[in-house]
Design a protein around this ligand. Sequence first.
Ligand SMILES: Nc1c(NC[C@H](O)[C@H](O)[C@H](O)CO)[nH]c(=O)[nH]c1=O
Ligand SMILES: CC(=O)[C@@H](O)COP(=O)(O)O
Length: 166
Amino acid sequence: MATQLKNLSDFSNVTIPDASPYRFAIVVAQWNAEITNALLTGAYNFLQNKGALEENILVIEVPGSFELTSGADMALTSQKIDAVICLGCVIQGETRHFDFICNAVANGITQLAIKHGKPAIFGVLTTDNQEQAQDRAGGKHGNKGEEAAATAIQMADLKNRLNFKH
Ligand SMILES: Nc1c(NC[C@H](O)[C@H](O)[C@H](O)CO)[nH]c(=O)[nH]c1=O
Ligand SMILES: CC(=O)[C@@H](O)COP(=O)(O)O
C-alpha cells in the first residue's frame, strides 16, 4: 500500500512560504469531533508556525462534512480571507451514505475554489474505520490538518505571485 510506511505530513523537503501576509478561514465539521479537533489543532498550529497571525485565522464549526462547502462559501463571501481550509472526517458506515457525502464535499469544495477564485483546501479524511482516521489525525501517517494548512499557504502565495485577480 502506497501509504503503508509513510508519514504523509512530512514537509522537510518542501519550502513553505511565509504565511504572515495572508488571512485564513478554517471550517471544521463537528461529526467525529475527536478526529476533527486533532485536524484543527494540526492546521492551526502549522499556520502559526509558518507565521500566520492569530487574528488572521478564523475558525468556523459546521455540523458535518456535508456542510463544509456551504460553511466555506459563507466565509469566502462575508469575510476578507485569502484561503479556506475545510476539515472533516467521514467514516464508512453500513450504507452508501458515505459515498454521497464524500463525493458531494469533494466536488463542492472544488467548485467553490473556482467560484471565488481563491484556494479552498480539501482536508477531509474519508476512511474505512476509526483507526485509519486516527492514523491520519496525528498518528503514524501524520496529520491531514497540517497537510491542508501547508497547501493553503502554498496556494495563497501562488495566487499572490501570479497577481491573480478574480
Ligand atoms: N456520517 C458522517 C457524517 N454525516 C452527516 C453529514 O455530514 C451531514 O451533516 C448530514 O447528512 C446532514 O446534512 N458527517 C461527517 O462529517 N462524517 C461522517 O462520518
Ligand atoms: C458515513 C455516514 O454517513 C455515517 O452516518 C454512517 O451512516 P450509515 O451507517 O447509515 O451508512
